[in-house]
Structures are given as structure tokens and as C-alpha cells.
Design a protein around this ligand. Sequence first.
Ligand code: ADE
Ligand code: ZN
Length: 369
Amino acid sequence: MPAHVPAEVRVDEQDIRLLPKAEVHVHLEGTFALVDLLRLAKENDVLLPGPAATIFDVSTHDAFAMPEVTTGGTGRGVGGAGLTGFLRFLDWQCGLVRTPEQAARIAYAFAARQTASGIRYSDVIVNPTHWSAWRGREIALMEALAAGFDEAEQDGLCATGIAYSLLRTQTAVEAEDVVRDLVQHRPRRVVALSVDGDEKTSGRTGEKFRAAFRAAEAAGLHRTVHAGESSGPEGVWDALDHLHAERIDHGVRSIEDEVLVRRLTDEGIPLDLCPRSNITLGVYPDWASHPLPRLVEAGVRVTINTDDPAPLACTLDEDWAVAATVFGYDLTDLAGFAAESIRASFADDDLKRDLLAELARVAEPEAVP
Ligand code: ADE
Ligand code: ZN
């Protein structure tokens, strides 16, 4: 741990919860709580793949174990069996959601859990390829989820926009078909096109998805792309050059390329970091080695997110508290991250303005420039 890092907890989680904030890198597939899974399994008369108590213990359960993959100094390697096994688990779990009511219930529960962390707006990533019961009915899935998000918002819970995600292994034609459907049907709450999945097993996919992303851009959809997690900086270059990404999900390995860091700062492209996910999936061995503070010091816009909070057993407020302790941030610094999360989000301008004004009232004024 660097010398400047204090051993004590620096910021109270309750104070963090009180900061109005956005979360912009969280997968709906990664938010099913154990109780949600048990209920879905019962409704569908399906057995869990292992004991309920260990369902999220990704290190011990064979059905979705993340075996050790050595990658030099970092220990477990994402992008080998780790992320692949994890994505298989998401397939199994989302396969349990079969009716519009079940989908709406998952959406509502998501908004409730986000609200409990003081999150007021989320860009939630939804990748329909995990939801096998909805194959060929992806727009209906979006509508069912939107109904849950609508009800949540009417009940005073956080607002949500959907980033509709392609899986990295999909073909160019499948990707273009997805965008054609989105443009034709304009499902409510879908604000962005995204790509997720394992960069390492799929290779460079920038060229493949270029036409789909151009069509999305022309239709006014935002663009956010997973890159620089299991791939190196080259994945981030592809996302910027070929896909015109407005934000990079992860992007953390940009730190390995000085020229890329300069491009990110010059163009004000935010990186949607998820330090706990990177550590659990073996990109970095521990919090102290995570490049978050180095990216901040280099002037890159960063947001701090959870990625897949249920299987990673975390909440956003807890992770911000850990970041404060490990990297030496105080509440004013965290209010700065809250402001960045709101600005980087795809929320509409009115909501952004309101949230920033509220944050300025709660936090030290200099934290919200
Ligand atoms: N889908 C869910 N979590 C993911 C991650 N960490 N990387 C890529 N795709 C994902
Ligand atoms: Zn992600």
C-alpha cells in the first residue's frame, strides 16, 4: 500500500449514500439477488445448480466457477475461463426470466437497490443474448423492463435508462439487425447502444460493429463500449476510432498507453471504472494496485461503478468507501466523483441539472464545479 494511504476508514458510508449520484456501468444481469433467483427458480420449477448458500461463490461452484488463469503478475486472469465462466452463469440466471411480469419485477428490484445506495439515475446495461426466453422478442423484453422501471420511478425510486448491449461474439449482421429493430421500434428508456462480453476470446471487434454503431449514432442513440478490461489499450482505440464511443466501460488498461491517456483527456471521454470487478476477475491483484488514482491524476474523467454487484457481493456506497480508504479520498473528493457520474451519464439534461444542483446543496460547493 502506498505511504499516503491511511489504514482507517475515511468516509462514512451513510454520508456517501446522501450524495446524489449516478451509476453508469452496471449490468442488470449482475444485479439478481439470491432471493430473486430462488423465487424465479421456484416459479419455473427449476433446481439451482448448487446449494443456495454458495450460489454466488464463483470460486467454489463448478457450474460457474472462475478458475485460476495465470497472467504473469496479476494472478487470476480475466478473459480466460474467468470471465467466460461468469458470463455462462449470467446465461443460466437470466434464462429463468420468462414472463413480462418477472422481467418487470427484476427491473423494479434493481431500481430499489440502486436507490438504497443514493443512486438517483442509472444507465443500466442489458444484454438480451443472456435472456434466452426472449430470443426473437428482444423489443418485448425492453418493454417489460421499461414497465418495471416506470413503476419504480412512479414510486419515487431512481430513474433508469437502458444501454442495449451487443455481445462481442455476435456477427456484424446480427448487430445491424439489432440496431434496425431499435430504430424502428424505439423502445422506451433505451438510450444507448453498448458492447460487452469477453474481449479476449473474441479478438478485436471494432471493425465488425462499425456499421451498427454508425446507424445507432445517426439515430441519436448514445454509445458506450466495454474495452480495456480483458483487452489492452488497443480495445479502447478501436472503441473510439471505429465505434465513436462516448464513454468506455472499464478502459482501465488505457493507463498502459500514454498517447491514449492524452486522447481521453483531450476529448473528455469518461472511463466507467469498476475496481472491485477488476480485482475479483483478476485484472489487478488488489485495490492498492488499481490505476484509478493514476488515471485521475492524469486528468482522465472517471466514474466509479460496481459492474455486477450481486455476484461481486458489493454495493456502490461500500465501494466508494473502500476507494476513499485505499486512495485517501475525502467526502469532497467523493462529491467530485458524484458530479462526474451525473455529467457522464446519459440522463436527460433537465435531470442532470437538477441532480447537480442538489449535489451542490449537499456537498462542499467547490466539489461541484
Ligand atoms: N457482462 C457482465 N459483466 C461483464 C464484464 N465484467 N465484462 C464484460 N461483459 C460483462
Ligand atoms: Zn461491465
